[in-house]
Ligand binder design. Structure first.
Ligand SMILES: [Zn+2]
Length: 113
């Protein structure tokens, strides 16, 4: 036989245990929150450190002037970046601002054009 008083006492004990547990849970949550905050701070510190390399994008005047280069003693004309164009000696170089002029002078287009 369990007396009512004993039951009530047991119940109260359980209740106080529950309250204690709740308090612990709250404390744990706070502790966790602090930890998370610290972790977040550490993270931002870490990500700040290697100061993101500034990507200096040098946009070379996108619109390239297309000039054509021909050799006085050759029969083809090239774009400036063509290796053949680079091989043409200074004195032999003829520069054209347009294909038409190079063509009208009798030059044929190189495969680079
Ligand atoms: Zn060429």
């Amino acid at each position: 036989m369990v007396s009512e008083a004993k039951l009530i006492r047991a119940f109260r004990k359980v209740k106080s245990d529950v309250v204690k547990l709740q308090r612990q849970v709250i404390e744990l949550n706070q502790g966790q929150k602090e930890l998370l905050d610290k972790a977040a701070q550490a993270k931002t510190k870490r990500t700040k450190k290697p100061a993101a390399p500034k990507t200096v994008v040098v946009t070379k005047t996108a619109r390239k002037k297309t000039e054509y280069v021909a050799s006085k003693d050759g029969e083809k004309y090239h774009i400036r970046s063509c290796p053949f164009a680079k091989n043409i000696k200074r004195g032999h170089r003829v520069i054209y601002k347009s294909k038409v002029k190079a063509l009208s002078d009798g030059y044929k287009p190189c495969s680079c054009v």
